[in-house]
Design a protein around this ligand. Sequence first.
Ligand code: C2O
Ligand code: CU
Length: 505
Amino acid sequence: MKLSRREILRYARTGLLLPAIESRCVRPRPEARLLPSLAPLPQPFQVPLPEIPLLKPVRTDSNTDFYEVTARPASVRILPAMDTGIWGYNGMFPGPTIEARVGRRVSLQLRNALNVPIVNHLHGGRTAPESDGYPTDLVLPAGDFPQSHMHDPMARAVEREREYVYTNDQRAATLWYHDHRMDFTGPQVWRGLAGFYILRDTEEERLPLPHGDKEISLLICDRSFDSDGSFRYPALDPSLRDAPGVDAQYMGGVLGDVILVNGAPWPRLEVANVKYRFRILNASNARRYDLALDPVAPLVQIGSDGGLLAAPVSHRTLRIAPAERFDVIVDFSKFKLGSKITLLNKADDGRAGQVMQFDVIRSERDESDVPAKLSDVAFAKPEEAMMVRDFDFSYQRGTHGWRINGQPFDPARMEARPKLNTTEIWRLNTDFSHPLHLHLVHFQVLSHSGRPGPYDAGWKDTIDLGPGQTANILVRFAGYRGRYVFHCHNLEHEDMGMMANFEVI
Ligand code: C2O
Ligand code: CU
């Protein structure tokens, strides 16, 4: 049975699609599941950590930096003896890093040289709706592509290229950009459409934190490889042009068995015996990491999704869910020259239990410092909340779908209409684990099955809820009126329905 995309979408809404999907899959599994590689896995700690190149503006004027990026296929060397076809921003995976300054605009001209639609979202950005990368605001490929927008009358699809404007009117922070195409975000990010966007300001630069070559971005993600070196992914339609979704066994999320940092498998980094600042992003589709150093040393958190914390927080283990960012200081002066320190993932005991290695090879004077007070964090007050809203994030048995308040994503349905410049409390309830993300805003965690959890400090835009947890978050809706999404950032959950709209009015 072959359905057009339009039919699939229509049926998906009414639930009539079930028999069609059912016949193609083995057995639905709501837990994330390992997709083993068929290619031989490389030895860990053999290759250097790649430095992600900075993107240069094509021009600048008094208040704007203009960038151009083309999403295109490319072939890159990730495994030692095989090439891997990727889809990359400027053919790179991770994409080139964009560095922006608070108060200075960025114009990003995105061209589509792939044969599927793309959408760009600046994750953590306070962005006007027309530049936020709404999932149906497609940048269509060249040639004829069926213009299915899931019956979204507000869709702003364009052909081949579009400009995204980021005003950077927000705190300095580690943001990232990635694909957000309706129904296909999981496979498109898996193929490589993700990169860093670092927002800087003078407040942060005045602090004596490690910087320059002692400030390093780490994009961590897991992937699986086919026997020919290509990425393996259980898409129902590997061309990503027609039917969305994954084999039902993987609807809980796809886990890879190769851990990549900045696109290299289990790399190593030579360091001096001083403090380093690592901006860590979990860009995985579904994998959580419990990061820890071996031998044990603290991971001193100085920042979260939304920039610097008020004061540093020391962790032995740092749990990082998909889309979260943690800014941490590691002090290598505690180790003798010649030491090798492994960054572990204690959440896995197989090959995915290791991430990368640091080799302390040089002695240097350390001029950096981690001040006890980092930043003024001006949170809203819970008493200011105008509304309390409840959201339930759950698996709908029998439908292979992930739901918010019992409903699959529909661009036409508004789940909430907060007023501009007001504050609300959102109560989030989960069944399985879900890393939940709101566009436009940063929020404060008021409670997380009890008190705020150890990883909830500072401004967050993604909160990782474990199975059966409840969290109350305090959200201030500022910046823009318009339609935005909130969703689970397990990308398979997101693609399979766990997304909804809010409209700031
Ligand atoms: Cu990082 Cu809606 O996404
Ligand atoms: Cu989820």
